[in-house]
Design a protein around this ligand. Structure first.
Ligand SMILES: Cc1ncc(COP(=O)(O)O)c(C=O)c1O
Length: 448
């Protein structure tokens, strides 16, 4: 049992002052009653105010691909802090590192012919929608159920309407179960619900039928190539290729949301991993290894609208030197030895996944590990070989109680995994971390 006295005391104060966490979704409230207050972090470990040590698989919700305080990363940031400014006003002054970083992004990302820096993933997504609307002169965009693209009114949550009377706008139901729409929010602008069409993921018939009717009104299709925000649902074989063909056919901008997958799945992101090149893509999270920084990249003819000011993309902190330095240092670390850090992460991740699978067998549990490089899900109740593609694949089989019980039990053992069983790997997780994690998992599965 972890000692929690100081954590509890701070939780009470925190909850009195902050209405919700710094980021909030409709998750079970127990987590907010048991907050953990971190005072130290190193590599793949964090320590709290009560002196508990944790192995961190939460990855700061994605950015911490390098782990905490990676020595070269810290050195890179210090070098800037020792000699120059953290902020010089975007569009006012620039640094040579702007160019060096952009050149690296162009080299690695297949669709990147031009780059624009922003601060958060949410902002990058809004930028890409604006650019696509301006480029095509069309009003609507298509997104898919279960994908997440930030907190703005026009993109957050909603459910797929099973039988839309006309355009397939998202369904918003204030009484929906959080499991149906984790991202429901009140307070949206009145027109935001009618900006996008929300379609089921991996359903080509639905996509083709929608495009047949409304293709000429769609500016952009924006989606996660692997739905990391929802159990890593994979694209069916040929699905991404068909989206590519349909976008070309209807003159729609194809945009992959690489905010999580960018530089996590490899230096060329999901588009490199699946070999399908979109017109645009958004990056964030791991790009700067733990500082706020995002990027929109894409085809020159779309991005050039920013140069002639047909499209505006202002922002005081865009391209701020500390963020640029953080991203540049991150990419230098990841590029080393021809991506050696990724190979080591693959090895450790495989050991961990194999070990968890073996333990599930020992405890007579079905366990599907839905895995991509650097991020995997543990979904109990599903056979290990059943690849999850759709919401139906998941909800018809998953043992929610065991899946959530395992996640909560691991936290009690000092193993931090994101809610629902999402594990983020870093390049600094070790064999020792794997051993300790498997010992904890053995205990937790025994008690499930
Ligand atoms: C795929 C994806 N796109 C966009 C965002 C929004 O990024 P941010 O939280 O930095 O605004 C997220 C955040 O989780 C994400 O996972």
């Amino acid at each position: 049992m972890l000692k929690m006295d100081k954590n509890r005391e701070l939780t009470e104060k925190f909850n009195r002052i902050f209405p919700g966490g710094h980021s909030n979704f409709r998750v079970p409230l127990e987590a907010t009653e048991n907050r953990i207050f971190v005072v130290r972090a190193e590599g793949s470990h964090v320590w709290d105010v009560d002196g508990n040590e944790y192995i961190d698989f939460q990855g700061g919700m994605g950015p911490n691909l390098l782990g905490h305080r990676h020595p070269e990363y810290v050195q890179g940031l210090k070098a800037l802090l020792d000699t120059s400014s953290t902020c010089i006003g975007s569009g006012v002054l620039h640094t040579p590192a702007d160019v060096e970083l952009a050149e690296k992004i162009l080299r690695h990302i297949p669709c990147a012919e031009r780059v624009k820096f922003c601060l958060s993933g949410s902002e990058a997504v809004q930028m890409v929608i604006r650019l696509a609307r301006a480029y095509t002169g069309r009003p609507y965009y298509i997104r898919f159920g279960g994908h997440y693209h930030g907190w703005f009114d026009n993109i957050l949550g909603g459910m797929v309407d099973p039988s839309p009377s006309a355009e397939p706008f998202p369904l918003y139901d204030p009484n929906s179960d959080p499991f149906d729409d984790l991202c429901f929010t009140k307070g949206r602008g009145p027109n935001s619900e009618k900006e996008s069409f929300l379609l089921p993921w991996n359903d080509l018939d639905a996509l083709e039928a929608t495009l047949e009717k409304y293709g000429e009104q769609i500016a952009i299709i924006h989606f996660e190539a692997v739905v990391v925000n929802h159990f890593n649902l994979l694209p069916r074989p040929g699905y991404l290729e068909r989206i590519r063909e349909l976008c070309t056919k209807y003159g729609i901008v194809m945009s992959i949301d690489e905010v999580i997958t960018g530089f996590r799945l490899g230096l060329s992101g999901a588009q490199g991993r699946f070999g399908v090149t979109p017109d645009m893509a958004t990056f964030g999270k791991a790009l700067a290894g733990g500082l706020p920084f995002s990027a929109v990249v894409g085809k020159a003819e779309i991005m050039e609208q920013l140069r002639d000011r047909t499209v505006l993309g202002p922002g005081t902190f865009n391209g701020y030197p500390l963020g640029v330095q953080a991203a540049l240092t991150t990419l230098k670390i990841l590029e080393k030895d021809d991506g050696g850090a990724y190979r080591e992460m693959d090895r450790v991740q495989k050991r961990l996944e194999d070990g968890l699978q073996e333990l599930a067998g020992k405890h007579g549990r079905l366990l599907r590990i839905q895995s991509e490089r650097g991020v995997f899900y543990t979904a109990f109740g599903i056979d290990k070989d059943t690849v999850l593609y759709t919401e139906e694949d998941l909800t018809s089989r998953i043992d929610i109680e065991a899946t959530l019980g395992f996640w909560a039990g691991m936290a009690q053992e000092g193993i931090l995994v994101l809610a629902g069983g999402r594990w983020y790997m870093s390049i600094v997780h070790t064999d020792e971390d794997v051993e300790k994690t498997l010992q904890a998992a053995d205990k937790v599965m025994e008690a499930l």
